[in-house]
Design a protein around this ligand. Sequence first.
Ligand code: ATP
Length: 205
Amino acid sequence: MRLGIFGGTFDPPHIAHLILAEEARVQLQLDVVLWIVTPYPPHKPHGHLTEWPLRVRMVQAAIADNPGFELSLLEGERPGPHYAVDTMRILRSRHPDDTLVFLMGGDSLAGLPAWHRPQAFVDLCDEIGVLRRPFDQVDLPGLEAQLPGLQARVRFLRTPLLDVSSTDIRERVARGLPYRYFVHPGVAHLIEALGLYRGPQTADR
Ligand code: ATP
């Protein structure tokens, strides 16, 4: 099996996440993409992070109509901090014979050296599927110098750049601007039904 692993905050999940995961599934011939909702990401302020169960519900709604996508509650099953290296170690022990392909945006790739135990993380990934992101600054040879073995693992996906972010969507909701086409209809429905991102404080974080 070729297993895609897609971790994120998903507050909320948006179309660039879906496009990244689906392009990776097809271009990298993945049998399944596991979506892992990080409860409390070590690298982001937790200030107004939407509760983990609600983010899980939004991801469920976003991926329900794609049989190639699966939700994983792996990180919710252990106390934080939730480092990707630990998640990969657990997945490696659960799937000893599978090829593990971690998926991320170009901004995450550029920031990889600042992750917790980045060399161990890279060593645990068989491949790293990357969707470039507007304004990311990926210097692959520079990253390779810091994390030997990274370059050979990176697979850039061929897709247009997508200038969509959860931050922008939260701001749009808070300001009453249109946002529905930036997310799956099921996610838009939940944002409305649960009244998420309404307060001005959510826009400022
Ligand atoms: P926020 O705006 O709250 O920081 P985000 O839009 O970056 O959120 P995350 O849940 O943090 O979303 O992202 C999960 C993964 O998806 C990360 O690896 C990120 O780089 C990637 N990603 C998110 N949006 C895009 C995009 N527009 N293009 C490429 N990759 C993306």
